[in-house]
Write a protein that binds this ligand. Sequence first.
Ligand code: SF4
Ligand code: SF4
Length: 472
Amino acid sequence: MYNPSSLKAEEFICHEEIMSTLDFAHQHKNDAALIDEIISKAKECKGLSHREALVLLDCDIPEKNQEIFKLAEDIKKQFYGNRIVLFAPLYLSNYCVNGCLYCPYHAKNKHILRKKLTQDEIRQEVIALQDMGHKRLAIEAGEDPVNNPIEYILESIKTIYSIKHKNGAIRRVNVNIAATSVENYRKLKEAGIGTYILFQETYHKESYEKLHPSGPKHNYAYHTEAMDRAMDGGIDDVGLGVLFGLETYRYELAGLLMHAEHLEAVHGVGPHTISVPRVKHADDIDPSAFDNGIDDDVFAKIIAVIRLSVPYTGMIISTRETPQCREKVIHYGISQISGGSKTSVGGYAVPEDEELKSEQFDVSDHRTLDEVVNWLMKLGYVPSFCTACYREGRTGDRFMALCKNKQIHNCCLPNALMTLKEYLMDYASPDIKKVGESLIQSELNHISKDKVRDIVKDNLVKIENGQRDFRF
Ligand code: SF4
Ligand code: SF4
């Protein structure tokens, strides 16, 4: 029944295969020989199967667990160096016809403020985001064919890309909207989106149906097969994710990795990113109502195991997590984080009224983007505002090939330094500018090719003199 190449949700996310995987992992959690074998395979950086990953997730031997964390850090360094890409979410509308039990935007919530940004309001939000220094956005909207039809999303994307305020520009718009048709995915592709992101929420079909009692999202197969339609519509960078806390984390990780195996098997390209959100408190939502919450230690282990299983897939952590938690897990494989985020509809240009809130979840990291940039630099990371790949046509299998043979490094570091320089020139506070300038000087030495280093040095001077948007 389990068939990663099938186009049927219940065959590529096969419940029986997941249950037998969980059983196998449980039986082998103290099997040092097998765990060693899997760790050795992971060292080759070619990834792990869902079954191998689950054995590592369950591994109960402390020294082996230390090896797993250490290897996750090594693999992260090999593929992503010390760079972290920054982005912000932009909520366009919280009108939604679905009944998701974990989200305050569910249709039956009558006391949350419902809002939909006009194009003019989007303009104000984007200017505020540009003035913070952001270059990369993830747009979010509830599912509502009347209030948020695809035409509204497309018009909003066009508006976002059109705004050039001072030296600002949004250069990559990733899109997180409900599962839709091939035709609509094609329209999104034509609008120039970066990644199409859709969280599965849970891979457990029975739980999925209970958690989504009403609305189009109730249809498990339509939702689970969305990435195949997106790829048929020409979108070759897709982002997966589950909402940890809804079902058992073991089940979710197995499902998530099976989904990645399915995309590889059918389209020849694995997921571009994986997000790891956890259920959060929000208006009308009490996270303790879901009994599968995970603590920070398990969360860190999940991140490390994902890093070993899909080394070439970016991993995203949002401001749902506290600064302390972000600091704990970032080393194990995170490549992108959000900063200075608002999870309300509007709120960047004009702060929301305390009494009339429209946010999707409570943010746990309230630092400004400048503070996040400073924190990353203190931890030894290079904050990057790079958006180069999709603009250079490096998407889908082309991107993956460069990523798998680690050649993407040759672009990432130079782009990180040039976009950080833009940030320092245009938005950073004086202290942070000083720290950033010296970081750029020391990181220049890590560019291995003399010719590339010379071009970057030249471009850094041009950025000093007012030019913008250089990229490899
Ligand atoms: S999770 Fe998405 S689809 Fe579900 S209620 Fe919230 S906005 Fe709507
Ligand atoms: S060069 Fe490509 S992979 Fe590297 S940071 Fe930029 S967009 Fe991401």
